[in-house]
Design a protein around this ligand. Structure first.
Ligand SMILES: Cc1cc2nc3c(=O)[nH]c(=O)nc-3n(C[C@H](O)[C@H](O)[C@H](O)COP(=O)(O)OP(=O)(O)OC[C@H]3O[C@@H](n4cnc5c(N)ncnc54)[C@H](O)[C@@H]3O)c2cc1C
Length: 384
């Protein structure tokens, strides 16, 4: 079988990349190990303006169900108190704050479009074996007997890329020494579609509004606090009521918390021969700013820009070296920015705390700085 492009992994990034490449008239085969398992993972994502525009261009956004606008966002430090707060709102900062979408709804919208697309073949429940960079492209063995050849292979397998292992490529890691607990809550006092984030010394807690009386919660906990009673399943609703000063009334968990280790990394190489790493396969950041998927979308935008450049031949050697160079810098900067924020905000020291409070006070008074911050986040943390 010979195609232009092989994509390994039909997560949101793999499917989005396939549709983008198809609009550039490429023939694509996607190899996925288990789509129904992948669709069972239903996270709640904050989506930036840039990512929304990308999905509008792909004609996917309009078919995504249950999109919730974020009308405002409040960031607190240590407690829900006006003195330690920065607020962003669409009205005051004259720019959208973002959108809340369930990953399953993005995936289903992408999948529907892929099924109608003659340029894309999706092979589900397939295992990949050996991978070989050849003179003309790349060769992959699937299900132990068949070979597929293509000009390029994009690894979109998420953070546990088996292709990276197979090619003996490495990541540069940031260990946050933390776990994240993810769960949903219902509450009795309206949230007015405001996202909230509070930075505690135990780690940041994000409240993503999925409706006026529901939040999806991402509670990051430094490992040394993991056994604290407040974070146990039976106590956590009460703990959130307490830290929010009952701002949202009574709180009830609506599902069982899922826990996972928080690790940030960047692939040492983004391109190895004709194999290109994209999305979580290339990088992963702390979830405190809800940026992981948004950064993967920026990768795709850069790839498509290269593919569509009329002066670059698709079969040119080192076609994606510009992608590797640029996106690596951008994603490393993003990881460092988030690591810096996570570190500074979790330091338990009176002097640092007073500096953080003063800086937050300065930012809170300046609509100019706040507008810059929202614009930066909406540009997927890209400075240029
Ligand atoms: C707690 C938490 C909260 C988050 N919140 C946000 C947020 O608010 N906003 C945001 O933008 N991002 C967020 N993220 C990040 C986001 O989840 C990831 O960036 C995103 O899921 C990456 O998508 P992906 O397609 O690259 O990888 P994945 O979603 O991991 O998809 C990988 C796909 O590849 C398949 N696969 C894997 N290995 C193979 C193989 N060998 N062969 C074939 N198929 C394979 C898998 O089955 C899967 O379908 C969050 C992450 C976490 C952990």
């Amino acid at each position: 079988m010979k195609e232009d492009i092989i994509i390994v992994g039909a997560g949101i990034i793999g499917m989005s990349l396939a549709l983008s490449l198809s609009s550039s008239n490429k023939k694509i085969v996607i190899i996925e190990k288990n789509l129904s398992n992948s669709l069972k993972i239903n996270r709640v994502y904050s989506i930036s303006k840039k990512t929304k525009s990308f999905y509008e261009l792909l004609d996917v956004w309009k078919n995504i169900h249950e999109i919730n606008n974020i009308d405002s966002m409040c960031i607190y430090y240590r407690n829900f108190n006006h003195k330690n707060m920065i607020t962003f709102s669409e009205k005051i900062n004259q720019t959208k704050i973002g959108y809340i979408v369930q990953s399953k709804n993005i995936s289903l919208s992408l999948l529907n479009k892929i099924e109608e697309d003659d340029n894309i073949k999706l092979l589900d429940n397939y295992d990949i074996g050996g991978i070989e960079n050849t003179e003309k492209g790349v060769k992959v063995e699937i299900n132990n007997h068949e070979n597929i050849e293509a000009k390029y292979l994009f690894s979109c397998e998420g953070s546990k890329s088996s292709i990276k292992k197979n090619l003996q490529e490495k990541n540069i890691y940031d260990d946050y020494n933390s776990k994240a607990l993810v769960f949903n809550i219902e509450h009795t006092i309206k949230n007015n579609n405001a996202a909230h984030q509070i930075f505690l010394k135990t780690g940041p807690i994000a409240f993503l509004p999925t409706s006026n009386n529901k939040f999806s919660m991402v509670v990051s906990i430094k490992n040394k606090y993991l056994d604290d009673e407040i974070f146990q399943e039976e106590n956590i609703a009460h703990f959130i009521e307490e830290i929010t000063n009952k701002k949202f009334g009574e709180i009830k968990l609506t599902n069982k918390p899922i826990s996972f280790d928080l690790i940030g990394f960047d692939s040492e190489k983004y391109v190895v021969g004709n194999v290109v790493f994209v999305g979580d396969s290339a990088h992963s950041v702390h979830p405190l700013a809800g940026m992981g998927l948004n950064l993967g979308v920026s990768d795709i935008i850069e790839i498509i820009d290269i593919v569509n450049s009329s002066n670059i031949s698709f079969s040119r050697k080192n076609l994606f070296s510009r992608y590797a160079r640029r996106q690596k810098i951008i994603n490393i900067q993003a990881r460092r920015q988030l690591k810096f924020i996570e570190k500074i905000y979790s330091i338990d020291n009176k002097f640092i705390e007073s500096i953080v409070q003063k800086s937050m006070y300065t930012i809170q008074k300046s609509n100019f700085i706040k507008k810059k911050i929202v614009t930066h986040a909406n540009n997927n943390l890209r400075f240029f």
